[in-house]
Design a protein around this ligand. Structure first.
Ligand code: SF4
Length: 283
C-alpha cells in the first residue's frame, strides 16, 4: 500500500470543496461557503449540486450492497425530493427544469449506469467520511487487480457538449479532490466518471499519481489550510480575489464587495441574494 506524507499532529485539514472555494477567493469562502449560504435564485450550479447529491446517494445504495437498480433509483429520487423540499421555502427554483423531468432523467441515467458500467476493481468503500481529512468523502474506493487502490468519483451532468468532455475529464483528474482523495485513501489513481444524462453517455479514464506528486501537493495544501484556520480564528484578514468573476459567472458578492457599504474586513459579507439554510450540512 502506498504511504504518503502525514500531517503534523494538530495540523488543520479542509475538504476539497472548502479548499477550492478558499483558492477562488478567501472572502467568498468565509462569507458564502463557511456560512453555508446559498443563492436565493437557483441556477445551473445549484442544479448540478442537487443532481450530484441525488446521483451519489443512488450510487451508494447500489454499490454499497443493495445491487438493486429499483432501490438505488428510489433512494436517488427520495434524496432529490428531500433536497428540493429543504430549499423550496426560501429559494426560487423557477429557472430549473420541472422536478418530474429531473427525476425521469436521473432514473434513466442511473439505470444505464447499472446496465453498462462496471467499477475498475473490487469495491471496498462507498462514501466513507474521513474526519481527519476535513470530513472529505470519496464516492467509491476499489482495489485494482494488482492490489493497489483507486478512487472513483461520479460527476452527473444533465447536459454536456461532447467537445468539452475531454478537457473536463482532465480538469477532474488533476483537481484538488483527485489529489485529496488519493492521499486520504492511500490510493495510486483517481478515476472521474462523467455521466451525461441527456443523451446518456459516460466519459472516464484513470489518472495515476506518483508519491512525489501527492507529497508536493500535501505540502502546498498545508500552507493553504494553515491560512484558512488562521482566517477562521480571526488571526488574519482575508484577501480579495483580483477578479470578481468565478467559473460560473460574476461573483454573487460583487455588488457587496465593490459597493460603498462593504463593511468590516474581518466579518463575512452579507448579500440580499444569499440565504443561510439551517440544515445545510457541507463540512
Ligand atoms: S466580489 Fe471579488 S472579492 Fe468579493 S467575494 Fe467575490 S471574488 Fe471575492
Amino acid at each position: 500500500m502506498t504511504k504518503y506524507t502525514s500531517l503534523p499532529s494538530g495540523a488543520p485539514c479542509f475538504s476539497p470543496s472548502q479548499t477550492d472555494a478558499f483558492s477562488t477567493c478567501p472572502v467568498l469562502w468565509l462569507s458564502v461557503y463557511r456560512t453555508r449560504a446559498v443563492p436565493r435564485r437557483f441556477g445551473p450550479r445549484e442544479l448540478g449540486g442537487l443532481l450530484g447529491t441525488a446521483f451519489a446517494a443512488g450510487m451508494a445504495t447500489y454499490w454499497g450492497g443493495a445491487r438493486s437498480a429499483h432501490q438505488a433509483c428510489g433512494r436517488a429520487i427520495a434524496t432529490l425530493r428531500q433536497e428540493v423540499a429543504r430549499v423550496t421555502p426560501a429559494c426560487d427554483l423557477s429557472a430549473l427544469p420541472a422536478l418530474a423531468a429531473l427525476e425521469e432523467g436521473l432514473v434513466q441515467a442511473m439505470s444505464n449506469v447499472f446496465k453498462n458500467w462496471s467499477p475498475p476493481g473490487e469495491v471496498l468503500f462507498i462514501e466513507q467520511t474521513r474526519p481527519a481529512f476535513g470530513y472529505a468523502r470519496a464516492d467509491m474506493v476499489c482495489r485494482l487487480p494488482g492490489g493497489e487502490l483507486i478512487v472513483v468519483d461520479f460527476k452527473c451532468k444533465r447536459t454536456l457538449d461532447a467537445k468539452y468532455a475531454p478537457a473536463l475529464l482532465e480538469e477532474y483528474q488533476q483537481s484538488t479532490a483527485a489529489h485529496h482523495y488519493v492521499w486520504m485513501e492511500e490510493a495510486v489513481a483517481f478515476q472521474p466518471v462523467i455521466v451525461r444524462m441527456e443523451p446518456f453517455r459516460v466519459w472516464e479514464e484513470p489518472y495515476y499519481f506518483t508519491p512525489a506528486r501527492i507529497n508536493a501537493w500535501v505540502a502546498a495544501s498545508l500552507s493553504k489550510w494553515t491560512i484558512m484556520q488562521d482566517l477562521l480564528e480571526g488571526r488574519r484578514v482575508p484577501w480579495e480575489a483580483s477578479t470578481h468573476t468565478t467559473r460560473f459567472g460574476p461573483c454573487i458578492l460583487k455588488d457587496v464587495c465593490l459597493g460603498p457599504q462593504v463593511g468590516s474586513p474581518t466579518e463575512p459579507r452579507v448579500s440580499p441574494d444569499l440565504i443561510v439554510l439551517p440544515s445545510a450540512n457541507n463540512p
